[in-house]
Design a protein. Structure first.
Length: 398
């Protein structure tokens, strides 16, 4: 690439990041679109509450399968990331719109959410890959905003459902599908390949596994896996936590709106954490976040005994710290590998991390039958402990 072309692409960076952020927010709104209207879908399909955990996990399973395929085939490194992002967004929106069918069976619902998750594999990690292609320096800050957009996108369907727009749950599905189509098109037409992109011309089927021979990558990956044990299980069960508190204290806190606020606050902390990472380093920001979220995990049974304002404050703080380490782990992962394997590395750790989240979600579903409802979150402490152990082995605090 000539110096003139490189300069031109660097100048584009002034508006590239906002476009990626907005598109990431729009497209990842699909993630919890089904979760936000789960009560309506259960009534519509006749699904029993005993398999809600499986429905919640279907997007995660699809995402795992998608990231596995994308990583093995090195899709984000061999092809234009912007084109991959757009095609994935269109197909994910199509799967999401299946939920609008009048007669939808249990199997169709599961497959629709599975397909949505599969194509989200071409959106979330590929969006980070696009950012990494533009920001060689300050990547922690850029990914802080990008993951913040993911968090807000994840929370957005709960806001739509909480506002009860026309009392029609299909509004959530229609809006998130349209947003995703527009987000995918914006990336393709407005975000060219980044100046630091280095394409892999040859398919290396074993490239992903060889990455674990890199010490810095291995440590960052283990830290991320500990973080993922906690994150999505916490998010998925926030509505349950608010409903449980309402039942214990015989009050009515609007669980959809509070789920939006609790998850959405994490978007702010991701962006703030990105700024701190410039001064402190991504490793320190990640380990502080893990320590605070781990403490809140252990203390969670006490939250259900508190007055409403303290209960909500505690969960809002948890929402802040449970995800602020995510973009910094991604920064550490991307920084630890060769340029031509960044997309594969990010996709691979997402694949394994979300596989772990499936286990923790299912464990919480099972745990409900074993312990008092106010204690279900305590088992999530395992994740932060593992992540802190990995971080404490050195080499990441930079």
């Amino acid at each position: 690439m000539s110096d003139v072309k490189l300069f031109t692409k660097l100048k584009l960076g002034a508006y590239i990041l906002p476009i990626i952020i907005v598109s990431q927010f729009a497209c990842t709104s699909l993630w919890f679109a089904g979760n936000a209207v789960l009560d309506d879908l259960v009534l519509k399909t006749g699904l029993g509450t005993e398999i809600i955990g499986y429905v919640l996990s279907s997007v995660q399973i699809g995402f795992i399968l998608g990231t596995l395929v994308f990583a093995i085939l090195m899709i984000a490194d061999r092809y234009s990331p912007s084109k991959v992002f757009m095609i994935s967004a269109f197909l994910a929106a199509l799967c999401n719109m299946v939920l609008l069918f009048q007669d939808i069976s249990n199997a169709t619902l599961f497959m629709a959410r599975l397909g949505t998750g599969f194509f989200l594999a071409g959106i979330y990690p590929v969006g980070m890959k696009i950012a990494a292609d533009y920001y060689e320096k300050g990547l922690g800050k850029a990914l802080g905003y990008l993951v913040g957009a993911l968090v807000l996108g994840t929370a957005f369907p709960h806001l739509l459902q909480g506002l009860k727009l026309g009392e029609d749950y299909t509004i959530v599905i229609k809006i998130t599908s349209l947003m995703t189509i527009l987000g995918g098109a914006s990336i393709f037409f407005m975000v060219p390949n980044g100046p630091y992109r280095k394409s892999s011309k040859v398919l290396q089927l074993r490239a992903g596994m060889t990455l674990f021979r890199i010490p810095a990558f291995k440590k960052a990956a283990i830290g991320y896996f500990g973080h993922m044990w906690e994150l999505y299980a916490f998010w998925a069960f926030i509505p349950f936590a608010v409903k449980t508190y309402n039942s214990i204290h015989n009050i009515h806190l609007p669980y959809s709106l509070w789920t939006f606020f609790i998850i959405g606050l994490g978007g702010i902390s991701c962006a703030i954490g990105g700024h701190f990472a410039i001064k402190w380093g991504s490793g320190k920001v990640a380990i502080i976040s893990l320590l605070l979220s781990g403490f809140l995990c252990m203390a969670s049974p006490l939250f259900f005994l508190m007055p409403p304002y303290l209960f909500l404050l505690a969960f809002c703080l948890w929402g802040l710290f449970v995800v602020s380490d995510s973009p910094q782990f991604s920064t550490l992962v991307a920084s630890a590998v060769p340029l031509e394997l960044k997309g594969t590395a990010l996709t691979l750790v997402n694949c394994i991390g979300f596989s772990i989240s499936i286990i923790s979600i299912q464990l919480l579903t099972f745990w409900l039958e074993v312990v008092d409802s106010s204690y279900i979150f305590t088992v999530l402490t395992i994740g932060p402990v593992l992540g802190i152990w990995a971080m404490g082995k050195g080499g990441l605090n930079k």
